[in-house]
Design a protein. Sequence first.
Length: 405
Amino acid sequence: MTARHSQSFHVSRSTLIINALFGAIEVPGGMVFAKSPAAVGGGNLHHLGDAIPAVTEPRVDGAGTEQPQWDPEIGILHRLYETLRTGKPYPVKAYIAYRHDPLSGLPDPEEQKKLMEALDLIVSIDVNFSETAWHADVILPEATYLERSNILAQINAPLPFYFIRQQAISPRFDSKPAWWIFRELLRRLDLGQYMDFDDIEDIWRFQLQGTGIDIEEIKKHGMANATDKPTLWSRENDLRFGTASGKIEINSKALQQVGLDSLPEYQPFEKLPSGQFRLIFGRTAQLNHAQSTNNPLLSERVPDNPLWIHPDAAEKLNIAHGDNIKICSPTEKLSTHAMVTKAVHPEAVFMLHGFGHTVPLQTRAYNRGIADQRLQVGGLDRFDPAGGGNAMTETIVSIEKEIAE
């Protein structure tokens, strides 16, 4: 998992460098630039936020300022908690969680809750009672994807396209689409001029201005291509690299600026004592992160998340397939059962993410399985310094066989 440990950035960067050295850029079978519609002669969708005044305050995560090597367009959410802890660069007093659930998606939810005490307001915009929604001061319930129409989306690719999501059924409950929620919040704050639309089709017309795409066409087909065929730029004349020199840069000035090597040596992971393991996690095709564990059909397909352990490691601990076990971190002991398999490394254990819900209203997911993030104690402060990603797979756990009383 190259996005989940403290050397992740350079693992991914090494792949890019190898492709560059082999010339596998902007060629069939190689790494191809994603093109916006505007880059291939079309028109980009208009952004709803274009009319909103630019933010002048520095990002609380330091991306692009104190940490110039981190991309400010993306940001580093887990560094918010350092701001809540210290009040620097300035106090944060409100958190609106939309399309994410930090208490499920980030490490150490108990530490998160303690740090969230510095907030005056937590708002969750969600389609279900997520862990964060249950902890929030206010829930603004969003309609599920079949119950709402969304703003149009643009996908940048060799053949860029636009696509639409249209409401199929009426909402079962008192829930609203996200565009309506944000429009109403702005109106109540006397800022309605920044999203002055009557309905979703009004928004679609605004977004499509200058694209040459008709609303009825995209509604009929669900999508519309921005051009007739995929585009490969000329490698001699047209390659456009977003670097200071406009060329491929292996030596990174952004990394050098903060004292980091552009080409550091790989640092092997320390050998762990017997009985200790690195906890890694992953996902399954049937579940969408922690969102769908309570789904009545999907919860039957994947009812829990046993701990995968290698046969050699299991034998040393006298653990057999199906045995009840405890996974122990510095502050947690969570019970599950063992899945003995050669599909995991002998020095690691593995589990599916998205289980161990604590919200009683999620009746099919409540207390079912265990939450890997609860075992990631101290994990908010473990991250890749080059790329900023949370090092979620560097949690050390021990395993105990449960003895029947």
